[in-house]
Design a protein around this ligand. Structure first.
Ligand SMILES: [Zn+2]
Length: 331
């Protein structure tokens, strides 16, 4: 998924749906939400060969832009379209056309109210057609950029990228304290078992790497709590960061699958996952060593010498970056 505004900043500035609460002319109100402006930030799938026809929306408040208040999935086509694509998930088609809270991504105490705001006040025919058009523009642009031959390769020094942190292999503190080692092995074995059943090797590696990072730390205390709960929470974090909730992904998961496997409940796992994300200060969808390369690139912004911002994945497609370059190479 790539943010629409990272590809079309000007269109996004004018056309991303915002709802003003409190003093709105249409009198929009929502219980529990404070007055102010709420933006529905669109993301679309960057796979040109995938025809999922959906948007992933993050709701943010103007005065609090670094916090995602709700994550919403929405599809503008008829229910029958999604039914064909998701034959083994009877509830999903109705949920996606109505707009629904994403079970794996960031939510807040305001999510339910914001979903209602979305359904009742944002989602009219104009907006439905606008999302459809944005999706088309987005795909056309990606296709064009892919096909456009690179005419020049700018000097590498003209790039600057967001800091990507140390690469895990170079960090000196990779060792787990002796007191934590048997706990590390115990949970890592559960992660490997789950991975064999539901993930691929790369994603399983991410879960073990995240668990390793937790075990290196004093807090959260890896020795406290059930191994199965730790394993489920770690998998949940990795699933969120890699969009595994997305049923169109080759490897996808549901929250129910994780909880059923470890016989745990959603509330416990959800709050433990949030604690992990918070204490380790993990960057959503872009944490080095815990996200698939393609995703990490989509969320790593490259600034060209002319000031244009684009994702590093896109910079590669455009020929500004050599195909093998990693985000870490840009700094
Ligand atoms: Zn897709």
């Amino acid at each position: 998924m790539i943010a629409f505004h990272s590809v079309f900043p000007e269109i996004a500035r004018l056309e991303v749906r915002c709802i003003h609460l409190g003093n709105a002319p249409d009198g929009a109100t929502a219980p529990g939400l404070s007055a102010g402006e709420y933006a529905f930030v669109e993301f679309y799938c960057e796979d040109i060969n995938c025809d999922c026809r959906r948007t992933f929306i993050q709701v943010i408040a103007r005065d609090q832009r670094d916090r995602v208040l709700a994550s919403i999935n929405y599809g503008w086509e008829d229910e029958s379209f999604y039914r064909q694509r998701m034959p083994d998930d009877p509830d999903a088609p109705a949920e996606v056309v109505r707009g629904s809270l994403d079970p794996m991504n960031t939510q807040s105490e305001h999510s339910a109210a914001l979903l209602e705001l979305f359904q009742r006040h944002a989602l009219d025919e104009t907006y439905r057609l606008r999302l459809q058009r944005h999706h088309q523009q987005f795909r056309d642009e990606l296709r064009q950029r892919r096909d456009r031959p690179a005419t020049f390769l700018p000097d590498a020094t003209s790039f600057s990228a967001a800091p990507t942190g140390d690469s895990p292999a170079e960090r000196p503190d990779r060792l787990i304290p002796a007191a934590h080692r048997s706990r590390f092995n115990e949970v890592a074995a559960l992660l490997a078992q789950f991975g064999q059943a539901h993930l691929d090797a790369e994603l399983t590696g991410f879960t073990v790497e995240l668990w390793r990072r937790i075990c290196r730390r004093k807090s959260p205390d890896c020795l406290r709590g059930q191994p199965g709960i730790w394993a489920a929470a770690v998998i949940h974090v990795i699933a969120r960061m890699n969009f595994l909730f997305d049923r169109s992904q080759p490897v996808h998961l549901s929250f129910d699958t994780i909880c059923a496997y470890f016989q745990t409940n959603k509330t416990t796992i959800g709050s433990k996952a949030t604690t992990i994300e918070g204490t380790l200060k993990l960057r959503p969808h872009s944490e080095p060593g815990l996200c698939r390369g393609s995703l990490q690139e989509s969320f790593t912004t490259v600034r060209l010498s002319n000031g244009m911002l684009l994702s590093s994945a896109m910079a590669k497609r455009l020929g500004y970056l050599p195909p093998g370059a990693k985000p870490a190479d840009l700094s």
